[in-house]
Design a protein around this ligand. Sequence first.
Ligand SMILES: NC(=O)c1ccc[n+]([C@@H]2O[C@H](COP(=O)([O-])OP(=O)(O)OC[C@H]3O[C@@H](n4cnc5c(N)ncnc54)[C@H](OP(=O)(O)O)[C@@H]3O)[C@@H](O)[C@H]2O)c1
Length: 339
Amino acid sequence: MLSTLAQTSDELKRRWEKPGATSTAAHSVPQEYAWGMKAWTHREYGGPEVMRLTEAALPAPEPHEVLVRVEAVSINPVDWKIMASHEKAANFGLALPSGIANDIAGTIEEVGSSVTLWKVGDRVMTSARGRALQEYVVIDPSSVAVAHIPEQLDTAEAACVNIAARTAWDAVEGPARARAGQTLLVHGGSGAVGQFAIQFARRHGVRVVATASASRLGRVRSLGAEAVEYGGDLHEKLQSLAPINAVLDCADGEGVRVGIELGADLHRCISISVKNAHGAGGVATDLEQTAPLQHLIDMVGAGDVEVEIGARYPFARAREAYEAAIAGQHKGKIVIEVG
Ligand SMILES: NC(=O)c1ccc[n+]([C@@H]2O[C@H](COP(=O)([O-])OP(=O)(O)OC[C@H]3O[C@@H](n4cnc5c(N)ncnc54)[C@H](OP(=O)(O)O)[C@@H]3O)[C@@H](O)[C@H]2O)c1
């Protein structure tokens, strides 16, 4: 093991050997895991009440892997959907007992012997599906996108860029792409994916019409969209803004229905929140290719694209963070600070 990690391991060991330094886990900790790291896990499906702060062995990287010290995790709706459903978890190759969350930002603490592109000390943002909410995680950079965090970018902001930005990018650069001067409807434009989509489309000179709740109309306007409050008769509200050329629906599928009524072809409509909404396709978010992810985080680092953080929670209060996320208590991304 490299010295940084050895020191870290010693620190962790000392911490766990301290009398009274026990886990808040409801489950007893197996003897062989008596020290290592803290990890949020769940052993049954349900809401945040199933989350347990447990102790686990410090993971060791294989020759092709790197060990990342997790510093920040951002919450995505898919996290709590996976936590609540066996079927959803199985779709992502997860089973009980499981860890939690996907989007992480942190620092590489150890590299496997065959890894050449990454080094100890690199600040990175990546995916750790079902293993994000823990102090350390092993990542295989050949099978999942890993991006350098630009020097000037806050780690918490970096943690927000992965799923939401990739999904927005794949939609707006893919089927929901509109040309300069054409109109893209983003239904649910004040959410994480919606905000990225507005900004990406505006960079192409696309006119964006975005729906949001009354209190969030100002936010979508500040990103360059024409804002419409959702609820009520959406067709009537959007009629004067027609024709709509493309749709990204991040909400209830109504954006697709109304977008088609107001001129959009079905093949240029996407819903990421309702499967097969009025015949529209979705986005299989690509979390494997590094180049697009690096491009996106570089745009954020350069200040060309904004990230809105609604709240930051300490690691020990991760369960509260999920309760707040599900309740829609904060506007903007919720970040859990680990390190
Ligand atoms: N590849 C994929 O399939 C993929 C990837 C990422 C996300 N998703 C899904 O996409 C959805 C959005 O994700 P996100 O990360 O952007 O979530 P988010 O940040 O929680 O945003 C959700 C947004 O939906 C808006 N909203 C709620 N009810 C609405 C309604 N009736 N009409 C219009 N807008 C409404 C909210 O607006 P206000 O805050 O203004 O109320 C909120 O901003 C989630 O269902 C998520 O699971 C799918």
